[in-house]
Ligand binder design. Structure first.
Ligand code: NAD
Ligand code: ZN
Length: 284
């Protein structure tokens, strides 16, 4: 594994592992980059096919939905189509294993994500970890009413994944996501994805938990986020102001200028090595 890392990154991974085993409270924020190696594009990647002329920032807003609900709903159904068969990558798996490890050695690890996919949850199931994941920006697989906010279960089983099954076999189910608009059974308004759009406020409970974890942690790790989308991007600053060390995992430079240790490599490559080294420190 270590052979895949450049020597410069390997040195920084070793520094990060030494720091992490010496601290009690760790807070992690993940972004779209952690799911990139699972085949889910980030918002910085150019959209392809039907949607190449649209920008996420112009579709993921309440104004866009009010103006043209069919357009926005179709985009989300297309995203669901893109994501429904994607699986956790080694970074999600390593994080789930680390959560388990922290519980054994009495460290506190809070995992916060900006992602709306469920790859952290899938990894936790695979690793049989019960730890929870705090979603700041909602859930791609949930829907709710755009007017009365009631959760929409409708007649779409498996958290609305298989709107229509076109081909199913045991190994590789394939689903087609219908883009017909749905209506709330209580008030008749259109159903929207349960996602925090640009310009909307974050869920109060999730944000409070995240702020508290960031303010009290000793190490804050930012993985696969461009650190451009606020208020989530402010969590690292809050941690830093309260004395935490900041680690960033991202192959490309970001807007985050308060980083103490930069692991400039893909999360799926660096995370398993980091966790391996943490184990070695704990059980030499
Ligand atoms: P972003 O698209 O702004 O930035 C992604 C970052 O990931 C970039 O800095 C990029 O350099 C980095 N990256 C790319 N590949 C990586 C890899 N293999 N390992 C580590 N880092 C990698 O994403 P963001 O900061 O999360 O903010 C954008 C918003 O987009 C978020 O609110 C999020 O809800 C939403 N979003 C979510 C998903 C998802 O749920 N998977 C996908 C796209 C966008
Ligand atoms: Zn309603």
């Amino acid at each position: 594994m270590v052979a895949e890392l450049s020597s410069a990154v390997a040195v920084e991974v070793a520094r990060a592992a030494t720091l992490l085993v010496s601290k009690q409270r760790i807070c992690i924020l993940t972004g779209a980059g952690i799911s990139a190696e699972s085949g889910i594009p980030t918002f910085r990647d150019k959209q392809t096919g039907l949607w190449e002329n649209y920008r996420a920032e112009d579709l993921a807003t309440p104004e866009a939905f009010a103006r043209d609900p069919k357009l926005v709903w179709s985009w989300y159904q297309w995203r669901r189509q893109l994501v429904h068969d994607k699986q956790p990558n080694p970074a999600h798996r390593a994080l789930a294993q680390w959560q388990q490890h922290c519980a054994r050695v009495n460290q506190q690890l809070t995992l916060i994500t900006q992602n709306v996919d469920d790859l952290h949850e899938q990894a936790n199931r695979l690793e049989q970890t019960i730890d929870k994941v705090i979603h700041l920006h909602g859930h791609l697989w949930r829907n709710r009413c755009s007017h009365c906010d009631k959760a929409y279960e409708g007649n779409t089983p498996m958290s609305n994944r298989e709107v229509e099954s076109v081909e199913k076999n045991a190994d590789k189910p394939s689903y087609r996501f219908d883009d017909s608009l749905l209506q709330c059974t209580h008030c008749g308004s259109y159903i929207r994805p349960d996602i925090v759009w640009f310009g909307e406020s974050l869920p109060v409970d999730a944000w409070q938990t995240a702020e508290e974890a960031a303010a009290h942690c000793e190490v804050f790790i930012s993985i696969g986020t461009s650190s451009l989308v606020y208020p989530a991007a402010g969590l690292a600053q809050l941690a830093k102001q309260n004395g935490a060390k900041i680690i960033e995992i991202n192959p490309d430079p970001t807007a985050n200028d308060i980083v103490d240790i930069t692991l400039a490599e893909k999360a799926g490559i660096v995370m398993p090595v980091l966790i391996e080294q943490i184990y070695q420190h704990s059980f030499p």
